[in-house]
Design a protein around this ligand. Structure first.
Ligand SMILES: [Ca+2]
Ligand SMILES: [Ca+2]
Length: 201
């Protein structure tokens, strides 16, 4: 049974350091466990999630309203667009993080949902960048790639410099082609946030 830990209990600990003015350098940002204490707060609100608390025998959906439950994870597909750094911050403010897609099943499920709701606008930020070191792609928790879905047709990731010498250091999921593209981090896209399900009982 999963327990809700105080934020910062695992990982690097310490305070989050977000120096937006320092530019797009992931080194200035310390990964920490998502602020899970934010999540149970949804039960203070009248929602289907809270009804589950009253009926412990019922198998509950354990994601906040508006989040999709896939396996033991919750995913949020935004309709608004932000640049990558602001997208990362927005997911954290919601108690999660930009999506980390380690397994084939995760990628397929998220891509399928993104395609379903994305319609004509099918690019979403995921929590993948090579901001720290060119070509060293890391998820936002600093883990390395286990499965890669780079778009082969366009020879991604190509760090294309048409947008400037800084190249392309942040990754989007193109739900139509079911592949990833590296694009400039200051572009704006919709985003996919993720958090682990909350064990209610
Ligand atoms: Ca790059
Ligand atoms: Ca590219």
């Amino acid at each position: 049974k999963e327990t809700v830990e105080p934020s910062g209990a695992r990982g690097h600990g310490g305070q989050r350091q977000l120096h937006e003015s320092a530019g797009v350098q992931r080194g200035t940002h310390t990964w920490r466990e998502p602020a899970r204490e934010l999540v149970p707060a949804v039960c203070a609100l009248p929602s289907p999630l809270c009804l589950c608390v009253s009926f412990p025998v019922q198998q509950c959906r354990e994601c906040p309203a508006g989040w999709l439950h896939l396996d033991n994870q919750c995913y949020f597909f935004s309709s608004d667009k932000l640049d990558w750094l602001k997208s990362r911050a927005s997911c954290e403010e919601m108690g999660g993080h930009l999506s980390i897609l380690h397994s084939v099943e995760q990628h397929d499920a998220v891509e399928k949902e993104a395609r379903r709701i994305g319609v004509f606008d099918h690019h979403y930020w995921i929590g993948l960048s090579d901001l720290d070191k060119e070509g060293d792609w890391r998820w936002v928790d600093n883990t390395t790639l286990q499965h890669k879905y780079w778009d082969q047709h366009s020879s991604e990731p190509d760090n294309h410099q048409s947008g400037g010498e800084h190249g392309e250091d942040c990754a989007t999921l193109d739900s139509r082609s079911k592949t990833w593209f590296d694009v400039p981090c200051d572009h704006v896209h919709k985003r996919i946030c993720q958090m682990a399900v909350v064990q209610l009982h």
